[in-house]
Design a protein around this ligand. Structure first.
Ligand code: AMP
Length: 369
């Protein structure tokens, strides 16, 4: 268990690391960030940072020296880096969570073995294997690289048999999986936290809408039946316990069917704080960033209660130019990431809008964060 004043080491200096560092500071903890990019948004909010490649063992040793726990804000931390650190300091979440979720094949195999539904999938290592796999999944289907895919990168939708050769080229002829198309009604996620002693807390299920493969809005509560909401939390709990997971994570899910026939299909596990949990900063008693800090510090988990109906909208590229209008909008809470350069498709910030329910909470509850 950490004491206030101790230091958390964060691998990765993007907006997630930045918001994690800010949450840690609120609890009297220090943070040290390691990231290779000199203009990392998280560097702006911490005094202690190391700008070095993740493979630089001399830098990693300096990073590890004096921190009480190491964590990460992105799932593509090289496994050797995680193992190097884990040999020196507590690493939370552990290297196994990274190893498993870095590869879509091992991730989906793991989820299936827990008895949790995924899309039908098959390993594809050649055009011949792709042709054979399509025979079984049917079309449409989605070809995804096993590694390093995010925000729709590294995946191609196959609609006809004529698409196969071009799709195999498009993903760079690398190890992939072919997934059967899930006819989903909507996409949701559950953000949850687990501590080493198996204490667990889940936030309310979030409904997510993507535009151009990038998350656009998250709305809570999601339009799902109470049974589906409960099933989502159970899935998160099952996955976290099986991984002996420590920290905040997200499970992305497809909602299939209606009413009593409604059920969930797991798409992806993110072993980190997640964009679809940003609403918790203004719409829940404890933000996902504080929750992560609490979990990895071994502190009591915070109350995940929702304060009302919440909508989070990402500000992508030039959307962030509207910052002054958003600041003037009553009830809107603006978060900007301090990125120097606006680029199309780049996440520049987000805005949370909360329609508070009469929860009986003191009026200062929301403003205090
Ligand atoms: P992913 O990179 O796996 O998160 O996929 C990005 C998006 O593609 C998802 O949010 C879905 O909208 C869509 N998608 C991915 N896999 C499937 C699937 N098996 N069936 C239907 N849609 C999918």
């Amino acid at each position: 268990m950490l004491n206030p004043g101790q230091t958390i080491g964060i691998l990765g200096g993007g907006q997630l690391g930045r918001m994690m560092a800010l949450a840690a500071a609120n609890l009297g903890l220090k943070t040290r960030i390691l990231c290779p990019e000199a203009d990392s948004p998280a560097f702006q909010v911490v005094q202690d940072h190391i700008c070095a490649p993740y493979e630089d063992e001399e830098a990693l040793a300096r990073f590890a020296d004096g921190i009480a726990v190491a964590t990460y804000e992105f799932e593509n931390v090289p496994l050797a880096t995680a193992q190097f650190l884990a040999a020196r300091v507590p690493l939370a979440p552990g290297a196994r969570a990274l190893e498993l979720t870095q590869d879509r094949l091992t991730e989906k195999t793991f989820v299936r073995r827990l008895g949790i539904e995924t899309a039908p999938f098959e390993a594809v290592d050649s055009l011949e294997m792709l042709e054979a796999a399509v025979e079984r999944t049917g079309l449409p289907a989605i070809l995804k690289t096993r590694r390093f895919g995010y925000d729709g990168k590294g995946q191609v939708t196959l609609r006809t048999r004529d698409d196969l050769a071009a799709a195999w080229e498009a993903i760079g002829r690398q190890s992939a999986i072919l997934e059967g198309f899930v006819p989903f009604e909507r996409e949701v996620s559950v953000v949850a936290a687990r501590r080493a002693d198996d204490a667990f807390i889940a936030y309310d299920v979030t409904q997510n809408v993507h535009r151009n493969h990038i998350l656009h809005t998250s709305t809570v509560p999601a339009d799902v039946t109470p049974a589906t909401a409960e099933a989502a939390a159970t899935i998160a709990r099952t996955i976290a316990s099986a991984l002996d997971y420590v920290g905040v994570f997200a499970v992305e899910l497809f909602v299939v069917g209606h009413g009593a026939g409604q059920h969930l299909v797991v798409n992806e596990i993110a072993p980190r704080v997640h964009n679809s949990g940003h609403w918790t900063q203004d719409g829940a008693v404890t933000s996902q960033f504080e929750q992560h800090v609490r979990a990895i510090a071994g502190w009591p988990l915070g109350d995940s209660a929702r304060l009302g109906r919440v909508e989070m909208t990402n500000l992508i590229g030039e959307d962030a130019d509207d910052w002054a209008q958003l600041l003037a909008e009553p009830g809107a809470r603006l978060h900007l990431y301090g990125k120097n350069e606006t680029r199309a498709g780049r996440k520049m910030g987000h805005v949370n809008r909360v329609w508070r329910k009469d929860s009986g909470l003191p009026a200062t509850e929301r403003e205090s964060r």
